[in-house]
Design a protein around this ligand. Sequence first.
Ligand SMILES: Cc1cc2nc3c(=O)[nH]c(=O)nc-3n(C[C@H](O)[C@H](O)[C@H](O)COP(=O)(O)OP(=O)(O)OC[C@H]3O[C@@H](n4cnc5c(N)ncnc54)[C@H](O)[C@@H]3O)c2cc1C
Length: 369
Amino acid sequence: MNTGNQVNVVVAGGGIIGLFCAYYLAKSGFKVILLEKNDALGQETSTHNSGVIHGGIYYPPGSLKGELCIKGNPLLKRLLEKWKAPFIVRGKLIIATEKKEIPQLEKLFLNGQRWGIPGIDLLDKKEAEKREPNIRVEKAIYSPGTGVFDQGRLLKILEIKVLAENVDIVTGAEVCGIQRTPDSLVIDTKRKGSVSTDFLVNSAGLYSDELARICGEKGHRIYPCRGEYLTVVPKKESLVNGLVYPVPTPNSLGLHFTKTVDGELWVGPTARYVQKKSDYETDRITIEMLIGNARKICPGIDVDDLRLGQSGIRPKRYNHGEPPKDFHINFQAKEPRIIHLIGIESPGLTASPAIGKKIDEMVKSVCSG
Ligand SMILES: Cc1cc2nc3c(=O)[nH]c(=O)nc-3n(C[C@H](O)[C@H](O)[C@H](O)COP(=O)(O)OP(=O)(O)OC[C@H]3O[C@@H](n4cnc5c(N)ncnc54)[C@H](O)[C@@H]3O)c2cc1C
């Protein structure tokens, strides 16, 4: 690349969010270039997660997380169907395993009703056990619209779709600097030169706070929070039919059971703040440390039925013990040529097409203003 290249939008970060931003912007007619620091797309958070298409029940009224998850859920399913990418709408139970958890569960159900999430229902013990005979449950929320999909497959398809819209994808291109001229921004990369653009979209995931700082916007910080999984051995996979979640904790949706699109049964993720954004493996939690939580939901699971699985790192905007924060999706202060997406943790995967559309609308609003 060199500064002779002039585009309308540079998207920095080639995870699912950057790809959907590039897709919708290019479909609107903008000339887009997508810069990714790694040598391939989708190597970070977008492929290290549960692959669940969430319903949106958890998120506070008025939040971007709720709004974009609820918009993203049907949109993502429509695209997966159209693009023939594997997904299954399995439905999900959020369960109170003890009577004392029921008030929190009912509060969550009310929140879901306020958001107008289609088809959610409160099930008593018997009704819940009909769906999941091997779990310990007192009462449950049933969310029929929750699904699972193959994120890796979607990312590959999206790459092809984005290329078909004439987006230039440059990998090995870490954005490391920005220069301003009256008419444009010049985006510098470490190994692949520079490009001149009207707009910059910062979708750099775990590193979006650092890129914001490079752009001159201070005050953002990402706290990496690792989630670790266990997998259940094939002969015990039938213990759980769909998705089973406990009542959530402030940091995560809680250690849950997920039947993946391939029929594997995963337990997790945990939630633990780590020092380094790239530290997926140091000091992994052991099966023995997690068996208690797993057996609380599914008493038929034994230590011998579990193996260590993958892990992922949440790009959180809040540290341990602090109240949860919403997605930050906004123009840079006094600089509508730059849009930052920061703290796109769960339900970012579900919300991703809705986020892509939102960014396209934001860029158009500046062009028409
Ligand atoms: C354990 C776990 C479970 C989850 N489960 C779910 C779930 O079931 N359902 C759901 O909806 N969501 C889930 N999520 C959230 C979801 O995975 C994320 O919201 C989503 O993947 C974020 O995508 P992204 O594109 O913003 O980030 P990423 O995939 O991390 O992409 C960011 C990209 O930016 C690149 N980059 C960084 N810095 C630069 C730079 N300076 N220049 C160029 N490129 C750069 C990175 O290399 C990376 O490829 C989960 C997350 C975790 C961690």
